[in-house]
Design a protein around this ligand. Structure first.
Ligand code: HPA
Length: 261
């Protein structure tokens, strides 16, 4: 077992990406890749569900050095909302400054259809959990205003425009899962101001802000949320539609890094 910093072999990525369900193919765009399996990194989660790999790929995307985490652990696997803490701490320790969180999510709006990408502007933590519970010290009162960095958001909107990707924007609701939501829960999320719903990302955003990382988030919309037009989401649908959206995600990320100031 080693830590990420000691495995970088002279590379110095300042940016990291966590890939969501079925977005694993995004690593194909990474040039000169160095693969490090999670099983060789202390504290990294070994994903147990299909659609998620388990490796860090260090290389260049859009000409920038990046560390791509292909696969994440979800709080619903163990009940531990802080399951990604060791991995994020290691990213910080390795010199990472910016973290791009990606995921698969259900749409709460009929106008945002499967296949769309959504830039996360903010989140609603509806899980009843918080990854900082049990931590001591004033630093844990982390401000969550502008948690999804406005400068990074602007850069993603510009990158999407250049790539002619119709990037939507909205509020991501974190639902614990692993069962999907009921139609009544989805109606509630619509009322309280949500745009999309999913089972990850928000706890990682909280942990990353605690560590002082800048955060951006992008959802791939894989389905209409439960009850919308009679939708009844499934893991199979999430994987299938996520794979279809991976090409657009790859283009968006590559352009974002290429044009980064
Ligand atoms: N709900 C929760 N998580 C999801 C969904 C959904 O509809 N789609 C993809 N991940």
């Amino acid at each position: 077992m080693s830590n990420l910093k000691s495995r970088l072999a002279g590379r110095a990525p300042k940016h990291a990406i966590i890939l969501g369900s079925a977005l694993g193919s995004v690593v194909d765009a990474v040039q000169d890749p160095l693969d490090i399996p999670y099983t060789e990194l202390s504290g990294f989660p070994v994903p147990k569900i299909s659609g998620h790999a388990g490796k860090v790929v260090v290389g260049r995307l859009g000409g920038r050095e990046v560390a791509v985490l292909a696969g994440r652990a979800h709080p619903y696997e163990s009940g531990n909302a802080a399951v990604m803490r060791p991995a994020l701490e290691q990213l910080k320790d390795a010199g990472i400054e910016t973290l791009i969180l990606t995921n698969a999510a259900g749409s709460l709006k009929l106008s945002m259809k499967p296949g769309a990408l959504m830039l996360i502007t903010d989140h609603i933590n509806y899980s009843g959990m918080n990854p900082l519970i049990g931590q001591h010290g004033d630093e844990n009162f982390v401000p969550m205003t502008n948690a999804y960095d406005p400068v990074l958001r602007k850069a993603f909107l510009a990158a999407a425009k250049k790539e002619k990707i119709a990037l939507k924007q909205g509020v991501y609701c974190w639902y614990s899962g692993p069962s999907f939501e009921t139609p009544a829960e989805i109606r509630m999320f619509q009322i309280i101001g949500g745009t999309a719903v999913g089972m990850s990302t928000a706890p990682e955003c909280i942990l990353a802000r605690r560590l002082g990382l800048k955060v951006a988030g992008i959802s791939t919309i894989t389905n209409l949320a439960a009850g919308l037009k009679g939708a009844s989401p499934s893991h199979e649908e999430t994987k299938r539609e996520g794979m279809k959206a991976a090409a657009a995600m790859q283009r968006l990320l590559t352009r974002f890094f290429r044009d980064m100031k």
